[in-house]
Ligand binder design. Structure first.
Ligand code: BTN
Length: 265
């Protein structure tokens, strides 16, 4: 059982009838909560089920990267979702989740993170939280299986980040916020995810996007986009459109839609 994460606020929250977190699976250490959540999802686990680990030996990030997950220093969890959304709308879940984490951190920690499209949360320009949304096989007529994985560096000291990440990574502790227990923060995040996801499913993505834009860390700034076929495009960020797709404009005035790949400030 995971002491730090199972605090009283967490237990209270689980009685509130929210979808996310009604059922939870806790682990001391596993390879990846996304991996376990996908497996449970394929075995029929209910929507809202949560997989939490105190540490991960093979935490995974976007584009085949690793997510450094030292035990008891961060939050590493995945939520199994079966959203009432069309496949084309599934990428919006990552944006919605980023907004939810921002709101929870603002409330519980008293810091104001920025969002770097699509899945990075920044404090002082450095990343402290990443989101990895993975999808199971899609079957027509059935709600899709989606696993929403969130990794957040809570008390990680600078020296626990690998050297090559130290200039780019941070934690709530390093950023100097009011340090909550991980359980308190987890409760606030999944509550916020629940609220924001409901807005998305009710067709209120425009309103969600307006909140997201208030926290856009890259709008109007020069971005470098590494396209999926390995080209580099440089341009000014115009922010995401109503479909959640990022637009950038290069020096020649040509506008690009960024559907995948990597963007950097
Ligand atoms: C990224 O920034 O590239 C996404 C990082 C996502 C990390 C989280 S930690 C919990 C969940 N389990 C994983 O293996 N990955 C996600």
């Amino acid at each position: 059982m995971v002491k730090g994460i199972l605090d009283t606020r967490w237990i209270e929250m689980r009685k509130t009838g929210l979808l996310c977190g009604r059922k939870a699976h806790f682990f001391a250490e596993i390879a990846s909560t996304n991996e376990v959540a996908l497996r449970l999802g394929r075995q029929g686990a209910e929507a809202g089920a949560l997989v939490v680990a105190d540490g991960q030996s093979c935490g995974r990030g976007r584009l085949g990267r690793a997510w450094v997950s030292p035990p008891e220093q961060g939050l590493y969890f995945s939520i199994i979702l079966r959203p009432h959304l069309e496949p084309a709308d599934l990428p919006k879940i990552t944006l919605v989740a980023a907004l939810a984490v921002c709101k929870a951190v603002e409330e519980v920690v008293g810091l104001n993170p920025g969002i770097k499209w699509p899945n990075d949360l920044l404090l002082d320009g450095k990343k402290f939280c990443g989101i990895l949304t993975e999808t199971g096989a899609l079957f027509s007529g059935e709600s899709p299986l989606v696993v929403l994985g969130i990794g957040l560096n809570v008390s990680t000291p600078r020296e626990l980040f690998p050297e090559e990440l130290r200039e780019r990574a941070t934690s709530l502790f390093v950023a100097g916020g009011k340090l909550p227990t991980r359980g308190e923060l987890l409760a606030a995040i999944i509550q916020a995810v629940d609220v924001e996801l409901a807005r998305l499913e009710q067709g209120e993505f425009s309103a969600v996007l307006a909140d997201w834009r208030d926290r856009d860390a890259t709008f109007g700034k020069k971005l470098s986009w590494l396209t999926p076929d390995g080209k580099v495009v440089e341009g000014i960020s115009l922010g995401p459109d109503e479909a959640g797709v990022l637009h950038i404009r290069d020096d020649n005035g040509r506008e690009y839609e960024v559907l995948s790949g990597d963007v950097n400030l």
